[in-house]
Design a protein around this ligand. Structure first.
Ligand SMILES: Nc1ncnc2c1ncn2[C@@H]1O[C@H](COP(=O)(O)OP(=O)(O)OP(=O)(O)O)[C@@H](O)[C@H]1O
Ligand SMILES: [Mg+2]
Length: 317
């Protein structure tokens, strides 16, 4: 059987990370940062890059500007063996960038969204019969060009025979304009974290939030940071604890790495518990390296990390 293909439709941007900054920025003054990293940013791109690192045949659909940051993103995705044939370059537009000012455990971010709003339903290659087995969409609220059509996008994907997943991520406007009752029936795996699910449903507790979405759900994969993850599917409901992390570096991209691990297993037809466990493992691995992709150089490196830290022999082929 050919390697199943994953299509990730989403936003693309660059992270410019300033570390070891002398003090907080002040108007009219200049601060020195002792370290700087420029790396692939955006939830969707991190999910795609880490899926490819796990050996999943991954294609990205998104929009960049005709500029240096756009070039950089293409190079980084290609290095990770993500297929970029559905990435469009828009003349006269700038690729987005997040300036991350990092202070110990916390970060102050400023984002210029650039072309994040430019992807539309027409750009997403959903045709019937589909060449892709699964569609993953992330960062719904940052992508104004697909926000309005999100239910239709998933409906088309289902009609074309694909399985689907959504990680809506945080809504910076905090309006949470997402008609989950209309959309979730076409989403096979809904992948929020606890804060996002509470904010979306405006519920007073996690239990109440889950009751609100339950009638529309296929599978829920709820991310709970250090507490691992929880899954709901049909009558089944289970919590899988997180892996203990011996050398924590940062939590950037843990959620996107969870998505990569979960969806790889989901695409292979694995049961819910195995998907959650793989998600937790990839989330934990992500926290052992810098940024969202630092711990995911390639399959060899991922296998070594898993064996060294948790004594697990994992075949990723
Ligand atoms: N400190 C940690 N120790 C162990 N595992 C962790 C830790 N943080 C995250 N994980 C694992 O990664 C998964 C996803 O992380 P998290 O719950 O932070 O997602 P998220 O809030 O969506 O993250 P993101 O900010 O990347 O979108 C968790 O379910 C857990 O399994
Ligand atoms: Mg997240």
């Amino acid at each position: 059987m050919p390697n199943p293909k994953l299509l990730v439709a989403g936003e693309l941007n660059v992270d410019l990370i300033l570390n070891k900054i002398q003090a907080f920025p002040q108007m009219g003054k200049e601060m020195i940062a002792e370290e700087m990293e420029i790396c692939l940013g955006s939830s969707s791109a991190i999910m795609a890059a880490n899926s490819a690192a796990l050996g999943v045949d991954t294609t990205f659909c998104g929009v960049i500007g005709e500029d240096y940051f756009g070039e950089f993103i293409l190079r980084e995705l290609e290095k990770k063996a993500v297929s970029c044939q559905h990435i469009t370059r828009l003349a006269g537009r700038k690729t987005g960038c997040t300036l991350v000012m990092s202070y110990d455990q916390d970060r102050a971010n400023v984002t210029y969204p650039g072309t994040m709003d430019a992807l539309t339903i027409r750009d997403i290659p959903i045709e019937s019969p589909t060449v892709y087995q699964h569609l993953h969409v992330s960062s719904l609220f940052l992508q104004k060009g697909i926000h309005r059509d999100i239910a239709q996008i998933f409906m088309h994907a289902k009609a074309a025979g694909m399985t689907t997943s959504l990680d809506m991520q945080w809504d910076p406007t905090e309006q949470w304009a997402f008609d989950y009752a209309a959309c979730l029936p076409y989403v096979d795996v809904f992948m929020p974290n606890e804060a996002e699910l509470l904010a979306l449903t405006k519920a007073g507790s996690l239990a109440a939030a889950m009751e609100k979405v339950r009638p529309y759900l296929n599978t829920l994969a709820l991310k709970m940071g250090k507490n691992g993850s929880m899954g709901i599917c049909g009558g089944q409901e289970l919590t899988v604890p997180a892996f203990e992390v011996p050398h924590f570096v940062d939590a950037i991209g843990a959620g996107d790495s969870f998505n990569a691990g979960f969806i790889q297993k989901y695409m292979s037809g694995a049961p819910l518990e195995e998907c959650l466990r793989a998600g937790n493992l990839m989330g934990a691995i992500s926290t052992t390296g810098a940024g969202g992709t630092g711990a995911f150089a390639d399959r060899q490196k991922i296998s070594e990390t898993i064996k060294d830290f948790w004594g697990i022999e994992l075949s990723l082929t």
